[in-house]
Design a binder for this molecule. Structure first.
Ligand code: ATP
Length: 309
């Protein structure tokens, strides 16, 4: 659905995007994560056909965006990181303008406008001027504009930036709903928690390169050298558990308090079962035992060197 093939963008002697290859299959949501200047905007603009790559190709919904830009636009819903709205228009007028720009059939326009307004939850603002909308509402209006022509693919550049937590949650729900309706989405963010539980795959971008990509689980696993395990037990004294854990060479950073604590384990998930069995066998009254999964944010902090160009 979205295929970026060895995309490269050079500005004078700066390589903003460096031979980036990426496929987002139909119905998937790919989250592009990276610090400022990593090349996310440049990548998305090339995918949208708005910026000519120095080398490489972008194919969206089967259309080469450089060769057939107009056909490609029919399939693409693009939201820039910063976009200007015509503040003096009413919400519905703004969407009407774009519905015409996308050549939607005249008889369908009014219905479609109401549909997208409902989808982004702006019904109460339908007849109000854009000027009076909050930042979150403007962002949702931008998305309404981006989907008005039923695009198969959405390219969203940091749609959550600058939004308060409530507006972010609303945006997240909206994007989830679009995903459930079958949209293929490439979304960039440096607000990593935005992407967790929402993207089907993520890629970490650094200095124009995709340094790691895959499902969130794959990327997480790649960054995990040791697992953090939390356990708790009935009775206060950590003595018994402490001794047992110390005797296992794969275990480090044992930090047990009264009735609960953590340790690091260098084995696999399956290898943890005998560790638990060993504690139970020496009569530690274990009440809970399990790995503390890392958040995407923690993984990113580990993987990323936070270098900026
Ligand atoms: P941000 O999170 O800050 O939006 P980004 O990951 O989207 O960052 P880009 O905007 O793609 O990064 O920029 C990548 C690099 O390319 C940066 O070093 C930037 O300064 C440079 N760059 C972008 N556009 C131009 C331009 N028109 N001319 C020269 N350099 C540019």
């Amino acid at each position: 659905m979205i295929e970026l093939m060895q995309l490269r963008k050079e500005y004078d002697n700066l390589v903003a995007v460096d031979d980036l290859t990426l496929t987002v299959p139909m119905g998937e949501i790919f989250g592009l994560i990276g610090p400022n200047g990593a090349g996310k905007t440049t990548t998305i603009r090339m995918a949208a056909g708005l910026l000519a790559p120095t080398m490489g190709r972008a194919i969206v919904a089967g259309v080469d965006v450089a060769k057939e830009p107009e056909r490609a636009q029919q399939h693409i819903g693009y939201l820039a990181d910063f976009f200007a709205l015509y503040e003096d228009l009413k919400v519905w007028e703004y969407l009407d303008y774009f519905a015409h720009a996308y050549n939607l059939p005249e008889g369908e326009i009014a219905g479609r406008i109401n549909e997208v307004i409902a989808q982004v939850n702006l019904e109460v603002k339908r007849d109000q001027l854009i000027h009076g909308l909050s930042r979150g509402m403007k962002q949702r209006l931008g998305i309404a504009r981006a989907i008005i022509h039923h695009p198969k693919v959405m390219l969203l550049d940091e749609p959550a930036s600058g939004l308060d937590p409530k507006a972010r949650l609303e945006l997240r729900n909206l994007l989830r709903a679009l995903r459930d309706q079958g949209a293929t989405i490439l979304i960039s963010s440096h607000i990593l928690t935005e992407l967790e539980g929402f993207c089907t795959s993520i890629g970490i971008m650094e200095r124009g390169r995709l340094v790691r990509s895959g499902s969130i689980e794959q990327v997480t696993a790649a960054a995990t050298t040791t697992r953090l395990v939390r356990l708790s037990w009935a009775g206060d004294s950590p003595g018994l558990a402490q001794e047992k854990l110390k005797s296992d060479a794969r275990i480090s950073e044992i930090n047990l308090g009264s009735g609960s604590g953590t340790f690091r384990f260098s084995g696999s998930e399956e290898d943890l079962a005998p560790v638990l069995a060993g504690l139970v066998a020496i009569n530690v009254q274990v009440t809970s035992f399990g790995e503390v999964k890392q958040t995407v944010e923690e993984v990113y902090m580990k993987l990323s060197t936070h270098e900026v160009m």
